[in-house]
Design a binder for this molecule. Sequence first.
Ligand SMILES: Nc1ncnc2c1ncn2[C@@H]1O[C@H](COP(=O)(O)OP(=O)(O)OP(=O)(O)O)[C@@H](O)[C@H]1O
Length: 518
Amino acid sequence: MTATDTEPGATHATDAVRVRGVGKRFPGVIANHDVDITIRSGTVHALIGENGAGKSTLMKILYGVQKPDEGTLTVNGKDVSFSSPTDAIAQGIGMVFQHFMLADNLTVLENVVLGAEKMYGIGDKARAEIVRISQAYGFGLDPDELVEDLGVGERQRVEILKVLYRGAKIIILDEPTAVLVPQEVDALFANLRELKAQGNTILFISHKLDEVLAIADDITVMRRGTTVGEAKPQGATKRQLAELMVGSELPSPETEESTVTDQVLLEVVDLTLHDSFGRALLSDIDLTIRKGEVVGIAGVEGNGQAELVEAIMGMRKPSAGRISVGGQDISHWDTRERRGAGIGYIPEDRHRHGLLLDAPLWENRVLGFQDRPPAVKGIMIDRGAAREDTERIVREYDVRTPGIDTAARALSGGNQQKLIVGREMSGDPVLLIAAHPTRGVDVGAQAAIWEHIKRARRQGLAVLLVSADLDELIGLSDRIEVILRGRLVGEFDPKQITPQDLGSAMTGGHDDETEAQQ
Ligand SMILES: Nc1ncnc2c1ncn2[C@@H]1O[C@H](COP(=O)(O)OP(=O)(O)OP(=O)(O)O)[C@@H](O)[C@H]1O
């Protein structure tokens, strides 16, 4: 293949990236096979596909983190072979991961320069370059601002600036909008358009098909490890894309008839929490959830929602306040006792709190349930029953895995999440704490998880739902509380509010309306 050998209708003489016949195997899994993709220079290219389809593996191959077993990579017309990200960066490829890798206590300048001192030193030249890039793309970043004072959208811009500073012209973004509110998504898209206008190429993974349609020039669909189709956003619908991905109908979360009862299951009173420096992370939180009720917590990342969940789970010690479940004060119980009292917990960070990555799936089924059936018989772990129940979860939640003896680490992110949801739902909880339950899962799995949450509600569970997906919050919640700087600042009726208005309330831009609805 030559650099000019583009498909009919292509307007760009050079392709930024060409992948031909790429394959990558892991023990027991073919993560990529026969992958072909052409990314035209100066375009925004979206990569979509269900969980485990092989998107991350392909991205990692392009960024030099994984080495393909076969196939060829061409960058700007030149055949390349990467042994590490350093090689990829040398060819002008940069990657922004979903979990930001910034040092909070350093400034924007320090973060950008760190590890790239060779580019422009650490002084005036470096500063001038950072200001130039920030201005060129409308990032609005101040080199001297501390990263800890920046919002999520700004931090993401620092990450993008970091890769541009290192000379990237091809930028890979892994689910960049997963953590953003609608206003921030608009800002990111404006940045991406500007990057494109100035000749950069963007490749991004997304599960949000409406966003893909809004921003992408080209769309590549992956299924079961390979590229199965190309689409153009013009004239395409979400439904068509979803069908290309999974061959099934596109779901949407819809609030069903209220099942709320009078019986209070979770009661949080005056909850206050400080960090080790004495700063308030949560202030005077009052929250009740009744049987059959889903209460959604909306907030920009870092406003206390993670701390609220961890305080309810007994993973953080509040400085004041009380937490009761089913009328029983559990404020002084440890996490295990709280789980025993019937709290199911889908954690935000599945790697830290949800899974033992090196243990097989069936052992992960037992995790947190060591003292309850089906994991135990008498005082012994009941291996057979635990294995059988893991098989059931794999079936019911469509966890894509070679088997239950596979290590959790080998599952794709979305499939890990499905396993956790299945485990937590099977403990017969009375209260379910779900932190971003569908983050990173594909539309099919998302529908399944929504259905399980709806069913749980119908069966009388109280559900605390923390989510950055505002459609999900609006679709599933009976009531939405907005958290801002550690306080609950407003309550909204999901039937009355749009994602845009909720986004404004989350950033503190809607005080009058917030008060009006309180
Ligand atoms: N390091 C690894 N070891 C073993 N198997 C792996 C490894 N990385 C990925 N896999 C497997 O390769 C397949 C493709 O995974 P990949 O992470 O590329 O999918 P994905 O499309 O990015 O999924 P998701 O949307 O869930 O993130 C999956 O079956 C996964 O379990």
